[in-house]
Design a protein around this ligand. Structure first.
Ligand code: ADP
Ligand code: TRP
Length: 332
């Protein structure tokens, strides 16, 4: 039997190149070889209180962009988390054996407490339990996520092992992080430091749906410096980031050309950025076209979501039935 892969992305904006190269590209490879479940984590997104009138549109955006990027509903089960409410029952069961102390020690929780001190809700504290429920609902073997999600995955492993221990049964598999060899990529942002992310500030991220003019503008504004002052000098972070981005979207000989130019101090950052912008445009243009096409095809999008939900519920209800039995619930 094929091994199972589960992963999700919160609907909190448009997909950017970081999401694509850090997560979605792996999903696309995995869907060919694994029994795959990819979902949109809309329950998770409630921790930040989205407006009711925004929620559905945000979910649709991610679904459209998943499809445009190359996720195939014939190969993978693509679904919206809230279409499979079975996950909430598993969330409740797992919460009974998740301890407040350990949840408080999760770094993403501590970060949220710092960032949104006025909204430290219980959903935020139990975010890792819901994520564990997502994963265990399909008894996943592997979870492809970026480095920032490692600790949440560690909690899922703890909760799976704990459930098995408490009930004296090796029911859940212990899910593992998935990455292709050493390819765990971190896509840098355009502001000279850190990673590309939607919450990192204006101009830092390039979105799959972004138009060409805006891509060029953002890339041309990327942070650089006065240029190298010595031969073969080590690159400062902002410059290294441009090269890293270029390695991701451009041909190796293009990267080599600018690398040589940097090393012999003849580099003109303007030229490099122009080339980088063109290569990003060439990569994203077909995706953007597809995004526009799909967002106008509600009939297809609805069909994908409904079929995905049906398939996901099949697997979910089997797990819930078995877990209820293990816990000791009996029908009258
Ligand atoms: P954001 O940081 O923009 O809020 P999310 O946290 O929603 O993005 O991330 C969704 C997925 O995309 C996760 O699996 C995450 O690891 C991956 N991801 C996000 N940004 C990057 C990046 N810059 N490089 C690599 N992977 C990323
Ligand atoms: N927490 C993940 C993120 O912020 C999204 C997510 C929710 C997820 N449930 C999941 C990822 C289950 C993998 C498996 O990116």
């Amino acid at each position: 039997m094929r091994e199972t892969v589960v992963s999700g992305i919160r609907p909190t904006g448009n997909l950017h190149l970081g999401n694509y190269f850090g997560a979605v590209k792996n999903f696309i490879r995995l869907q060919n070889e694994y029994n795959s479940y990819f979902f949109i984590a809309d329950y998770h997104s409630l921790t930040t209180h989205p407006k009711p009138e925004d929620l559905h549109g945000r979910v649709k955006t991610i679904l459209v962009e998943y499809l445009a990027a190359g996720l195939d509903p014939e190969k993978a089960t693509l679904y919206v988390q809230s279409d499979v409410p079975e996950v909430l029952e598993l969330y409740l069961f797992l919460n009974m054996n998740a301890y407040v102390g350990e949840l408080e020690r999760v770094t993403t929780f501590k970060e949220k407490v710092r960032k949104q001190p006025d909204n430290v809700n219980a959903g935020l504290l139990t975010y890792p339990t819901l994520m564990a429920a997502d994963i265990l609902l399909h008894n996943a073997d592997f979870v492809p996520v970026g480095k920032d999600q490692e600790q949440n995955l560690e909690k899922a492993r703890d909760f799976a092992g704990r459930f098995n221990f408490i009930y004296g049964k090796e029911y859940f598999k212990i899910p593992q992080a998935f990455n292709f060899g050493n390819e765990l990529v971190k896509v840098p942002g355009l502001d000279g430091s850190g990673k590309m992310g939607k919450s990192e500030g204006e101009g830092n991220a390039i979105f799959l749906a972004e138009d060409e003019k805006s891509i060029r503008k953002k890339v041309m504004r990327a942070v650089t410096d006065g240029g190298p002052t010595q031969l073969n000098q080590e690159k400062p972070e902002a410059i290294q980031n441009l090269f890293t981005l270029m390695k991701i979207v451009s041909k190796p000989e293009t990267v080599q050309f600018f690398d040589d130019a940097y090393n012999n101090m003849s580099i003109r950052y303007g030229d490099m950025k122009k080339q980088l912008a063109e290569d990003i445009v060439a990569f994203t243009a077909p995706l953007r076209e597809r995004i526009i096409e799909l967002s106008n095809d509600d009939e297809y999008i609805n069909k994908v979501a409904r079929t995905g939900a049906e398939k996901a519920r099949e697997s979910a209800s089997k797990t819930i039935r078995e877990v209820r039995d293990i816990i000791g619930f009996r029908h009258f």
